[in-house]
Design a protein around this ligand. Structure first.
Ligand SMILES: Cc1ncc(COP(=O)(O)O)c(C=O)c1O
Length: 490
């Protein structure tokens, strides 16, 4: 716990060793970032020595500022090298059909997607109400981009079986005001690759940009293809793809804070930039959202790529592919569980067909056994599901996962589905976000065990309540619940 008597700023400074001890004690409550038992949030290659290298590189450049590339050429050189590597991996660069690809290093997938939307919007200053077309399986960050940038979002449904949008529906959603059409390679939730070539073709036919969100898969699909997997064209090899995002802090296994946004040519990228000279301070030009940016994450990513190399990534992709196959078999072996999609990349996603087997209880039972999976709520005709992001570090754990899953499923069956009081369920189903009062929220949170402290060990009741609520109410409850967590310690 944080020292309640001194908070973050003690009257007298503390010795370094004690400060680090405090942080380590705090970290003990976290989910395990290493060891292959956490199937979301972290990407662990399980390569000995890589953390130490990344940490040393991070420390080397932590105080370097990306605000001005002329003052810190080291950072510019590393950024350009990362962009070049990403472009080359994704079908661009000298000798390809996309020789003029350029890009920027951002802080993460969300920033890359916001900037892809901004570039598309600002390329069309003639439109007063720009719009973007995004399959509902597209990452929520597109909705965030639309919200931040005041761009209207036109969602396209996905087929409940293939989990992909129909190309005809994408084409039908494009209007004269559309500035960007999106495809995922793959989607985060289900790990399914959209029909990128077909979607890009209908976008181009309408004169609209097409962004491929390969934040998750851009650093795995090329290696999986080299290993023989039937990966459809999804990158700059598709002539109508205008931009691609790929996160280095995901499957390039770099520490957090690095993604790359690529554009097919400098003209497409230009409206992404922001420059301002109409003030008395320094002349400002920002390729990305942040102004001051630490060189730490960029140096750490550069070191990670240099150290692992193509051979390292190929080997890690093979290990991960085999782990995915093993985990999918483990799911198939449990009665009542069903893969929602056959794995095409590095996601295993399953649902339950048996009403006696509550997925949210199953997730809690897995957590109790030291396996941390990610529940996904039912949405728009798609059932609730469990998501596993699979990384190379999972491979040595696969043999243990099968028995653990079977045991957790048996325990979930024995415990039975979550039963919330009928009046609470009725309330969740009927309440409007506007009708939520602080008292009501406080009462709900207390009833579910949510408060200022860490989340409860068992989250099935919370997930069941959220699932019972319409989408807008879900959003409001999430905001209120997290607002309860984000309170200063004095
Ligand atoms: C496909 C996809 N796009 C975008 C994002 C957002 O990335 P970030 O969390 O780095 O902002 C993610 C994150 O999982 C993702 O999987």
């Amino acid at each position: 716990m944080i020292d309640e008597t001194t908070g973050a700023l003690p009257v007298e400074g503390m010795p370094a060793a004690r400060v680090l001890d405090e942080i380590r004690a705090l970290r003990a409550a976290d989910r395990p970032t290493h060891g292959g038992r956490l199937f979301a949030y972290v990407y662990d290659p399980g390569v000995a020595g890589l953390d130490e290298l990344a940490q040393a590189a991070y420390a080397e450049s932590a105080h370097v500022n990306g605000l001005d590339p002329t003052a810190f050429p080291s950072l510019l050189a590393m950024e350009n090298a990362l962009v070049g590597a990403a472009a080359r991996l994704l079908g661009g660069g000298p000798g390809t059909s996309a020789p003029d690809v350029v890009g920027s290093v951002t802080s993460g997938g969300t920033e890359s997607l916001i900037l892809a939307v901004k570039a598309a919007r600002d390329a069309r200053p003639d439109l007063t109400e720009p719009r973007i077309v995004v399959p509902v399986s597209g990452h929520a960050a597109f909705a965030k981009a639309a919200h931040y940038l005041r761009v209207a979002l036109d969602p396209v449904p996905v087929d409940p079986v293939t989990l992909r949008p129909a190309v005809a529906d994408v084409a039908a959603a494009i209007r004269p005001e559309t500035v960007l059409v999106v495809a995922s390679a793959p989607s985060y939730a289900h790990g399914v690759i959209d029909p990128v070539a077909e979607i890009a073709a209908v976008a181009a036919a309408a004169g609209v940009r097409c962004h491929v969100d390969a934040c998750f898969g851009g650093w795995t699909l090329p290696w999986l293809r080299r290993l023989g997997a039937p990966v459809p064209p999804f990158d700059f090899a598709v002539p109508e793809v205008t931009s691609i995002s790929v996160d280095l802090h995901k499957y390039a296994y770099a520490p957090k804070g690095v993604s790359v946004l690529l554009h097919r040519d400098p003209g497409l990228r230009a409206p992404q930039f922001f420059a301002y000279a109409d003030w008395p301070g320094y002349t400002m030009v920002n390729p990305v959202i942040a102004s001051t940016r630490s060189g730490g994450p960029i140096a750490a990513a550069y070191a990670t790529l240099r150290h692992l190399g193509e051979d390292g990534y190929l080997r890690l992709a093979a290990v991960t592919r085999d782990a995915v196959a093993g985990l999918a078999d483990a799911v198939r072996a449990v009665d009542g569980l069903r893969l929602l999609a056959e794995p095409e990349s590095t996601v295993v996603c399953f649902t339950a067909d048996d009403p006696g087997l509550d997925l949210f209880v199953l997730v809690d039972e897995l957590t109790a056994r030291g396996w941390h999976t990610q529940p996904q709520l039912a949405y728009a005709g798609l059932p609730a599901s469990v998501h596993l992001t699979v990384t190379a570090a999972v491979a040595p754990r696969v043999a243990e996962f099968g028995p653990a899953l079977a045991e957790a499923a048996a325990a979930a069956r024995a415990a039975g589905p979550v039963v919330l009081p009928p009046e609470l369920l009725a309330l969740a189903g009927s309440l409007t976000p506007e009708a939520l009062t602080p008292d009501l929220i406080g009462g709900l949170a207390a009833g579910l065990g949510l408060g200022a402290g860490p989340a409860p060990d068992r989250m099935a009741a919370v997930n069941t309540l959220l699932q019972a609520a319409p989408v807008r109410l879900r959003e409001r409850l999430l905001v209120e619940f997290v607002g309860l967590l984000q309170r200063p310690t004095w």
